[in-house]
Design a protein. Structure first.
Length: 232
């Protein structure tokens, strides 16, 4: 009886510690997002703004080093900072190309021989066909989705792009933190359901991907549940 009671007490204490840790992580995430990220105090890579968390950049570096992709497909170019970051890591490992897609034609994007910029909607037939052409026959393809953040658009991107991801590589859905997971953005206050909801809907019907939570081990990530490892 006493042994069972002690086990129960230990279980309750463990659950409370976990709940407290989870709350601290959420509160810090909100603090960082509201007081740093949303105020444009962002990371620069080789002088180019990268709209990603520093912790996620470390994780991207680890993934690229581990899987050594032949191709990285990125939706959402913005200033080109993440494409430049990816190109730098690919330079270090000595292989790989990048396709970066944005609906807007932007001036002064960083130039690098590994980067190809495509202008157009990430969900348009022409853009998807070009990605398919460039991805055909490659051994390792990594895809990261970071364009429009509505659930409908992200779900459409996942549907179109997950087929390019090779086994052992990743489909990374950015900004699953939005819509209260755990933050809300002042730039899209009426966003509603977004990337997180699109990911959960996808995982409910697809068994070839699973969430790799080891990529969230630094606690602060823009992509909770968003690092999707292709297992089959």
């Amino acid at each position: 009886m006493l042994r069972n009671l002690l086990r129960l007490v230990a279980t309750v204490r463990t659950a409370r510690r976990k709940a407290r840790k989870d709350q601290i992580v959420k509160e810090f995430h909100r603090l960082y997002f509201n007081d740093v990220f949303e105020k444009q105090l962002r990371v620069n890579w080789l002088g180019v703004e990268v709209i990603k968390y520093p912790t996620d950049l470390i994780v991207y570096q680890e993934i690229i080093h581990e899987i050594r992709p032949d191709l990285i497909v990125e939706t959402g170019t913005h200033h080109g900072g993440s494409a430049m970051f990816f190109a730098s890591i690919l330079d270090l490992i000595g292989r790989g190309k990048i396709i970066s897609i944005d609906v807007n034609r932007r001036n002064n994007l960083p130039h690098h021989p590994r980067i190809t910029y495509l202008v157009g909607s990430s969900t348009s037939d022409d853009v998807v066909a070009e990605v398919a052409r460039r991805a055909e026959g490659l051994e390792t393809v990594l895809v990261t989705l970071d364009s429009r953040h509505t659930k409908q658009h992200v779900a459409q991107e996942i549907d179109l792009y997950h087929r390019f991801v090779t086994k052992g590589s990743y489909l990374i859905v950015e900004d699953t933190k939005l819509n209260g997971h755990p933050v809300f953005t002042r730039y899209e206050p009426d966003l509603g359901e977004g990337p997180m909801e699109a990911v959960m809907e996808f995982l409910a019907k697809d068994r070839t991907f699973q969430v790799d939570r080891t990529r969230e081990r630094f606690f602060l990530t823009s992509n909770p549940n968003g690092f999707l490892l292709r297992i089959a």
